[in-house]
Ligand binder design. Structure first.
Ligand SMILES: [Ca+2]
Length: 480
C-alpha cells in the first residue's frame, strides 16, 4: 500500500508547482524537474532569504513578495464556493439521504468529485489555511483574525491580473483597507467583528450578529443594515451575480465563503413553515437554500456567457454542527464541528471546468486546505509567494482528469482558541485509511471514523505507516 510521499517540504512542493505553471502540465516535465530538485531548492532558498531580508518589515503591511508573473495560456475565471459548517454527508452526490442538493450534484456530474478532502475543524483555522496555502502552525494567530502580513489567493490572483471579489462571511477582522490588502477589489460581507482587542476594528453596528433575516452586511466599505424580510445570504449571492455581469470581459476571481449553513437554524425564505422551530428541518431547508444559491451563480455564469471558461469549486469550511445527525447511503453520520475526527473535518469538494474536466469522475486523492492556493495558481498561471513556505500542492491536474502528483499524507495542526496559551493544540498526519495523532494514538479511520478505538496491535504494514507518519511530524517540526 502507498503510505507516504517523499517527505517533500512546502518549499520543494512549491518549486514543483511553479515550474509546472511556467512550462506545461505534462508528467514528463515534472519528472525532469525533480531530477534537478536540489539545485532548485538551493535557488529557492536563496530567493526566500533575500526576500525575507529585504521585506522583513521594512515596507510595512503592503510587502508582498512574488515570483515574476507568467501568462502563458488562457486564464479561466475562478469561482470558489465554501459553505459554512457543512460536512460531506449533507450533499446528495456524497450519499446524503436527508437533503436535496441538485445544483451541487450537477457540478459533480459535469466534473470531478473528491472523496477525501479534509478541512480544519473550525471556521477561522480553515479560512486562514485555505486563503494562504499554509498550515496553521505557521500563521494561525487566534480565532477571528488573519495576520495582515499574510499573502492570500486574493493577492496572487490580483497580481496575475484578475478582478477579485469576496462575498459571504469574513470573520477575520479589519475593514475595507484590510480586504484590499488581502487582494479583494470588491466585498459584501457579514461578520467584520473584531475578536482581538489589539486588532483593527470595523466599528460594526450593534446588529452585526444578524446574518440571515435583516442581516448587517459590509458592502464595499459601507454598512448595509438590511430591513426585515431581506435575507443576508441572498444579498451576497446577488452581489456576486452583479460582479460577474460587470466584470465578465476580463478574468475574475470570486471567493464565496457562504453565510449558510451555520447556526442559528432558522427557516429559509423557501421553507414551508416560516415559523418552524425544528432544528433539523430548518437545517435541511438551509442546506437546500445554499444549494439554490450555488445554482443561481452557475446560472448567472451561463447567462453571461462565461460558464465555459470558469473553474468552479465547491467545498465546506468544516464539519456539520454537533446537533445535526444525517442519514446517508453508508449509514448515519453525526456532525462534529470543532473535532479533528472525520465528523469535524471531512468536507465535500467538487470541481468542474466546463469542457476541460472529465464528466462525473470520482477521485480518491487526498486534499487538504493548504492545497487550494497552489491549485488556483496552477489553474491561472499566477505565481506563488516566494518569501515564505507554502505547504499545499496543486490538485489542478486531477480536476483536468490527469494523475497529477497525489498527496500520500496530509497534516493538520489545530488550535481553535484566542488566548496566548495554546492549550489543547493537537496535530495529526493521515492518509485515506490511517491517522496518527501527535500523542501517538493511531486509528483506522476507514473502519472507525468516530475514533473510538486507538489501535494497539499493529500489523507490520501499519507499523511502517506509523513510522513514516512520524517522519512527517519530524520534517514539519524542523521546518517551521
Ligand atoms: Ca464554519
Amino acid at each position: 500500500m502507498n503510505v507516504i510521499g517523499d517527505g517533500r517540504s512546502g518549499i520543494s512542493a512549491s518549486i514543483g508547482l511553479k515550474f509546472k505553471v511556467q512550462e506545461a502540465h505534462g508528467e514528463s516535465v515534472r519528472r525532469n524537474f525533480f531530477n534537478s530538485a536540489t539545485r532548485g531548492i538551493l535557488m529557492y532558498r536563496f530567493v526566500f532569504l533575500v526576500c525575507t531580508l529585504v521585506m522583513g518589515g521594512a515596507f510595512g503591511q503592503s510587502s508582498k513578495c512574488f515570483a515574476n508573473e507568467v501568462h502563458a495560456r488562457k486564464q479561466p475565471n475562478i469561482v470558489l464556493i465554501m459553505a459554512d459548517d457543512l460536512g460531506a454527508e449533507t450533499i446528495g452526490c456524497y450519499g446524503a439521504k436527508d437533503y436535496r442538493t441538485p445544483n451541487i450534484d450537477a457540478l459533480a456530474a459535469s466534473g470531478v468529485r473528491f472523496r477525501h478532502c479534509y478541512s480544519q475543524p473550525l471556521c477561522t483555522p480553515s479560512r486562514a489555511q485555505i486563503m494562504t496555502g499554509r498550515y496553521n502552525h505557521r500563521n494561525y494567530q487566534g480565532f477571528g483574525y488573519l495576520d495582515p502580513q499574510e499573502i492570500t489567493f486574493g493577492n496572487v490572483l490580483k497580481k496575475a491580473g484578475y478582478q477579485t471579489c469576496i462575498a459571504g462571511k469574513w470573520q477575520l477582522c479589519g475593514d475595507a483597507s484590510t480586504l484590499r490588502n488581502f487582494g479583494f477589489d470588491e466585498h459584501c460581507l457579514w461578520n467584520m467583528h473584531a475578536y482581538r482587542k489589539d486588532a483593527p476594528n470595523a466599528n460594526e453596528p450593534k446588529g452585526w450578529l444578524r446574518r440571515y433575516d435583516a442581516a448587517t452586511l459590509y458592502e464595499n466599505g459601507k454598512w448595509n443594515e438590511c430591513p426585515a424580510g431581506v435575507y443576508g445570504p441572498q444579498v451576497c449571492a446577488d452581489f456576486i451575480s452583479s460582479f460577474i455581469a460587470r466584470k465578465k470581459d476580463r478574468p475574475f476571481f470570486v471567493y464565496y465563503p457562504m453565510i449558510l449553513t451555520h447556526g442559528p437554524f432558522v427557516p429559509s425564505p423557501a421553507s414551508d413553515d416560516p415559523n418552524s422551530k425544528n432544528r433539523k428541518q430548518n437545517f435541511v431547508d438551509m442546506v437546500e437554500y445554499m444549494d439554490l444559491l450555488v445554482g443561481q451563480i452557475v446560472q448567472q455564469l451561463d447567462q453571461q456567457g462565461v460558464l465555459e471558461n470558469t473553474l468552479i469549486l465547491f467545498t465546506g469550511d468544516n464539519g456539520t454542527d454537533t446537533s445535526i445527525t444525517s442519514d446517508t447511503l453508508e449509514g448515519r453520520v453525526r456532525g462534529r464541528k470543532g473535532s479533528m475526527a472525520d465528523g469535524g473535518t471531512h468536507v465535500p469538494l467538487v470541481a468542474t471546468w466546463s469542457g476541460e474536466s472529465p464528466a462525473g469522475k470520482v477521485v480518491d486523492d487526498l486534499v487538504d486546505f493548504s492545497d487550494f492556493l497552489p491549485t488556483l495558481c496552477d489553474a491561472t498561471g499566477a505565481s506563488l509567494p516566494v518569501d515564505r513556505i507554502i505547504d499545499g500542492q496543486t490538485f489542478f491536474p486531477q480536476i483536468l482528469g490527469k494523475k497529477g502528483v497525489p498527496r500520500e499524507w496530509l497534516f493538520c495542526h489545530y488550535w481553535g482558541g484566542t488566548g496566548r496559551k495554546r492549550e489543547g493544540t493537537r496535530e495529526f498526519v493521515r492518509n485515506q485509511r490511517w491517522k496518527l495523532y501527535d500523542d501517538g494514538q493511531m486509528f483506522d479511520v476507514m473502519h472507525d471514523p468516530e475514533e473510538t478505538k486507538p489501535l494497539e496491535q499493529l500489523d507490520p504494514e501499519v507499523v511502517i505507516v506509523k513510522q513514516r507518519f512520524r517522519e512527517v511530524f519530524e520534517s514539519l517540526k524542523s521546518n517551521r
